[in-house]
Each structure stands twice: as structure tokens, then as C-alpha cells.
Design a protein around this ligand. Structure first.
Ligand code: MG
Length: 435
């Protein structure tokens, strides 16, 4: 049927009029229906938190929708304050989210974020991060695509990983590094802390910062003398030094050409990154203790670090991680997301999907899954020849076996009653407490 200009104008006027009288919410729903080609928008029917301890304590948010068989999982683990996550999700976020459409992730993220009024708390951010990842999982399952396809697709085939080599002395570290290299790993990370034990005035086991520095430099020397030049070496200072020692350590480490020194400073000492930058070329990674945009904005925008390595769920989940990655790209800062075992394989997969889709990806931390992790989380990422590979399954590609999760009850492993589930603090020889 031929449509004239007058008919078109009439139709447009009617549509505009309808738009004026139609409530905003209905207009948005119509627009969403057109954008999704009429696919009904799932609505949140229930939210639960699965707690399990297949090695470390983990919390997983499960969101059920009103569509048969459509649900999603997200990691909400808040390390060392684990038991606070379940009430944060179930008592505070769930009542607000029930009945809301799952396809408005950005909107729901901000509703959750503003609902507490006070912002950037690790526990609350982790709760939001769990909900956020579960919503992305649902969106992927809804359309039958892995989440990386929803944000532009891969820009690389797989993600280069680094793994940790421990040991009480430099030769043991190198022997363990050789075992990893034999498995195809090309980047080896060593942690500051060995060879630094000292008795404290209070009769406890303490930490000698200067001894730790000397021990770490000895490891670097031994590693460079015995390992092939093409094997990458990095180290985690874990914010254990004072600021002046950290600046000097980065200068001393320069000649060993590390892929990065991680967390040489604590978030309280960010200004000292300028001194490190002015005095040496050692590459710097920072971010696992960040949960506030004011912390990462300055070090990225002033190019004071080379790698941003936030603990993505603690910043608010995949949505926030994506924004950090894009922000860092503008300043030539690469990503190296934190990936400890007190983070479920769902969050590790979210890291991997950021790695695969971010042009400024640098390197990915990886620790091998034990059998209990693989039993509870089916579909963990695979490692081949030193790279992490994604599956092409919808969402995160991971199913949580809740019966298996119940076999590893949350809180089943012994903990210090005076510091339940807490970080193992240390002390200097004079008794001063440090991280
Ligand atoms: Mg670290």
C-alpha cells in the first residue's frame, strides 16, 4: 500500500501525541521491546546467596527470573569480611530489586549504588558486584551468547597469564619457577615476605622489612642468573614496606627488568608514586586494595602506574571493571586484574572476559583450581600453553553445583577466634602492627 506524505505526517503527529501522554516508564518499555525485537524482559523473581568453602570462603549471588530456567550467577565474595555479604544482598538489595527487569543493568547498578547513600564500601560494592555479574550472566543466557560477545567481542584469542612461584630461599623459588615454565607459563611472580621473619618485643612472629628487601633482591639475582631471559619476572610487595623503602626498592629492582612491581605502596601513600616515576623505569602495578574511583583516577590519569589491577567485584563488578578498563585505555595504562582464590571462578571468568575484550589488556594473574573448586563451579576457564581460554557457552559459561557447594560448608575451616576470617596482620620487631 502506498503511503502519502500527509499520512506519514498524521501518523507522526499521533505518535508524538501518544508519546506525550504515555507514561515515561511505558515508553521506555516499548523502546526496550523494539530494541530486543519483542523478546519479553525477564523480571527478578528471587535472589539468594550461595555460601561455600571449597578452599577459601566464597559467596555467589543467584538471581532467578520469572522466565522458566533463566537465572544467573555473580561473585560477591568480600574477602576477610565474608559473613557480611549475605545480609547485604538479601536484606538490603533484594527487596529493592524484586520484580525489576533484568535487562536494565546500568540502571539497576546505580539503584543499588545509591541505595546505601554511603559509597565505596568493599562489602557493599561486592554485594552490588554479585548482582551485576548475575545480571550479565542472565543477559548472556537469554540471547545464547557468552558475555564477551555482548560488549564487542574478543580482540585477542586468549589471555597471557602469570603464576606465583613460592619458596623459602632463592634456589627453591627458581626450582618452582622451572616447574611452571615446563607447563608453558612464561611469566613468574614472586611474593615479598619470605626470609623476613623476626621475633617481636611482644614475643610474636614479626616481619623485618629490610630483610625482606634483601631477600627479594637475592631472588631476582638468582632468577635472572638461572632462568632463560625471555621468562618474565614480577613481584608483589603487598604494601609491606614504608613509602621511602618502596621508592628505594623500585630503584634497586630496575636493573632486573620486571614486568611489574605490584603494590609497592599502600593506597594511603599514593603521592609517593610520583617519586618512583621520577627516579626509575620500573613498571608499576597497583589496585587490588582500591574500591573508590578517586583512588584509581589519579594514578591512571597522571600515568603514575603502568598496570591497573583492581579486584573487580570490590569495585562494583563487571560493569565497573569495564569502565575502569576503558578509562585506563585512554592513558595507555594496561590491565592486570587481581585474581586470588578468595574470588570464585565466576569472577575469574569476568576478569578473563575483560582481558579478551579490552584493547589495553596487559596480563592476567592465575592460580590453579583445586578439585573442590572444579566440582562446585563447572565450566572453569582452561589454561593451555600459558594462556587462559574462554568457552563459548552463554553468560559466564559456569554452572554452580549447589549440592557440591553444600559438601564444602562455609565456615568449616579453622579460623582465629580473635580475628575470625580476618587478614593475617603482621608486626615489626618493635611490635608496631602492619598489613
Ligand atoms: Mg597482590
Amino acid at each position: 500500500m502506498k503511503t502519502g506524505r500527509r499520512d506519514f505526517l498524521q501518523a507522526s503527529s499521533l505518535a508524538s501525541l501518544a508519546g506525550l501522554v504515555m507514561p515515561i516508564g511505558l515508553r521506555a518499555q516499548e523502546a526496550a521491546a523494539r530494541a530486543t525485537r519483542g523478546m519479553p524482559s525477564p523480571r527478578i523473581k528471587d535472589i539468594t546467596v550461595i555460601e561455600t568453602e571449597p578452599g577459601r570462603r566464597l559467596e555467589v549471588v543467584k538471581i532467578l527470573t520469572d522466565q522458566d530456567g533463566l537465572y544467573g550467577y555473580g561473585d560477591a565474595t568480600a574477602g576477610f569480611r565474608d559473613e557480611l555479604v549475605k545480609p547485604a544482598v538479601e536484606k538490603y538489595l533484594k527487596p529493592m530489586l524484586l520484580g525489576q527487569p533484568t535487562d536494565r543493568i546500568e540502571d539497576l547498578w546505580h539503584q543499588c549504588y545509591y541505595s546505601s547513600y554511603y559509597k565505596n564500601d568493599t562489602v557493599l560494592n561486592s554485594a552490588i558486584g554479585g548482582v551485576d555479574q548475575a545480571l550479565w550472566d542472565i543477559k548472556g543466557r537469554q540471547v545464547g551468547l557468552p558475555v564477551y560477545q555482548l560488549i564487542g567481542g574478543k580482540c585477542r584469542e586468549a589471555a597471557q597469564i602469570y603464576m606465583h612461584a613460592g619458596g623459602t630461599d632463592p634456589s627453591a623459588v627458581v626450582e618452582n619457577a622451572k616447574k611452571l615454565v615446563a607447563q608453558g607459563v612464561r611469566y613468574i611472580h614472586v611474593d615479598m615476605g619470605q626470609g623476613a621473619s623476626v621475633p617481636t618485643l611482644g614475643g610474636q612472629q614479626g616481619f623485618d622489612r629490610e630483610a625482606a628487601i634483601r631477600h627479594m633482591l637475592k631472588i631476582f639475582e638468582t632468577f635472572r642468573a638461572e632462568m632463560p631471559a625471555e621468562i618474565g619476572l614480577g613481584c608483589d610487595v603487598h604494601s609491606k614496606l614504608d613509602a621511602q623503602q618502596a621508592v628505594q626498592f623500585c630503584k634497586d629492582a630496575e636493573k632486573f627488568k620486571l614486568y611489574f612491581v605490584e603494590d609497592p605502596l599502600s593506597p594511603e601513600d599514593l603521592d609517593y608514586f610520583r617519586q618512583i616515576r621520577q627516579q626509575c623505569d620500573t613498571q608499576i602495578a597497583m589496585g587490588e586494595l582500591f574500591n573508590n574511583p578517586h583512588e584509581w583516577q589519579i594514578v591512571i590519569s597522571e600515568r603514575l602506574i603502568d598496570y591497573i589491577r583492581c579486584h573487580v567485584p570490590h569495585t562494583g563488578g563487571f560493569t565497573q571493571g569495564r569502565k575502569i578498563a576503558v578509562f585506563a585505555e585512554q592513558f595507555g595504562v594496561k590491565t592486570a586484574w587481581h585474581a586470588p582464590m578468595d574470588m570464585s571462578p565466576i569472577a575469574h571468568t569476568a576478569n578473563l572476559y575483560l582481558d579478551l575484550t579490552s584493547y589495553n589488556f596487559g596480563i592476567q594473574e592465575y592460580q590453579e583450581y583445586t578439585d573442590p573448586y572444579r566440582e562446585v563451579f563447572q565450566g572453569c576457564m582452561e589454561i593451555k600453553d600459558g594462556y587462559a581460554w574462554a568457552s563459548d557457552k552463554p553468560g559466564w559459561g559456569i554452572e554452580v553445583d549447589e549440592k557440591a557447594a553444600a559438601k564444602f560448608p562455609f565456615g568449616s575451616q579453622p579460623t582465629d577466634k580473635t580475628n575470625p576470617g580476618g587478614w593475617r596482620m603482621s608486626r615489626l620487631a618493635d611490635g608496631t602492627s602492619i598489613i
